[in-house]
Design a protein around this ligand. Structure first.
Ligand code: 13P
Length: 309
């Protein structure tokens, strides 16, 4: 006998299947999304993987289940497709902590500097940057840049501190952060490690440098999934949705969340119903003005070029 939630979910999943076919729509879901939302997705991945996946298909519509900056990356790489964001209010506080005017102040002080912009930033900031990076490739991007040039690295100070530590480069930063990851202290991590001495610890580089230095592996969400597949006992140091996904797919493993407080309110805005309603009404279409599209795409494409070096 199915519970009321399971019956509703089954109905919604069936509805999503029909709508996807009828509208020729590809559904992408981020690794942090709920299992119910992931169940209607054609592809589940990290921010960049989702956007790249869409470039490989001939769908007319992309429904991105996640947050706005991710849907914008999908739009940058798929300008001819209609891109829908699963919930109108799913933003990213980190991306909006500082404005273009703040970057201009830094650029006036350092006019020759490269501007490395994390993909979790507004389109304005990405369009004003010289290269985009992701959590999984920031160290490779920084290491590939001219040693003689100054580097401004925005908007996440933790990601910047991690990249500076790993590459030995001085980075000019501001103090943006993701509150979900930044709230975890080194003292808290030490306690968890003492409680589970046989476990490996993987953390996202949006955690503070002190926390990253206590980890066995610092990585993007998809890299963390691969790490959990390879090891039996892992502490999962990122948004709780990733732990839930892994615990469900690998019940035989001994996986532990670093903290159950690591819950992102914006990621949680999308549930199965919101995703299906968005698709049914073709709501929350993402549009990027042409000039910003051109500049932000150039910055993203430079990232691909530097990765080939
Ligand atoms: P990933 O690109 O590693 O999936 O990170 C997304 C994110 O928003 C981290 O909080």
């Amino acid at each position: 006998m199915l519970t009321a939630t399971e019956t509703l979910d089954a109905r919604l999943i069936e509805k999503a299947r029909n709508l996807k076919k009828q509208k020729n729509c590809l559904v992408l879901a981020h690794n942090y999304q709920t299992l119910a939302v992931q169940s209607i997705a054609d592809y589940v991945g990290d921010s960049l993987e989702m956007a790249l996946k869409a470039t490989e298909t001939r769908h007319d519509i992309i429904l991105l289940c996640g947050i706005r900056i991710m849907a914008e990356t999908a739009k940058l790489l798929n300008p001819e497709k209609k891109v829908l964001l699963s919930h109108a209010g799913a933003g990213c506080p980190l991306s909006e902590m500082k404005k273009l005017t703040d970057l201009k102040i830094l650029q006036n002080r350092h006019p020759e500097a490269e501007v490395v912009c994390y993909v979790n930033a507004t389109i304005d900031l990405r369009a004003a940057s010289t290269v985009t990076c992701t959590s999984g490739n920031i160290c490779r991007i920084i290491a590939a840049l001219d040693k003689e040039r100054e580097i401004i690295c925005i908007p996440d100070r933790n990601l910047g501190n991690w990249a500076a530590y790993k590459t030995g480069r001085d980075l000019i930063m501001w103090d943006g952060y993701c509150s979900v990851h930044d709230q975890i202290s080194a003292a808290e991590v030490k306690k968890v490690r003492e409680k589970f001495p046989g476990h490996l610890l993987a953390v996202h580089p949006e955690c503070s440098l002190e926390v990253c230095q206590l980890a066995d592996y610092v990585c993007s969400t998809s890299q963390m999934i691969e790490y959990a597949k390879e090891h039996q006992k892992v502490i999962i140091g990122t948004e709780i949705g990733l732990y839930r996904q892994l615990a469900c797919h690998y019940p035989e493993k001994e996986l532990i969340p670093l903290s159950t407080r690591m819950s992102c309110a914006d990621m949680s805005k999308t549930d199965l119903e919101a995703a299906v309603d968005t698709l049914a009404g073709e709501l929350n279409e993402v549009n990027i003005p042409p000039l910003q599209q051109e500049k932000a795409l150039r910055s993203l494409e430079r990232m691909f070029l530097l990765l080939e070096k």
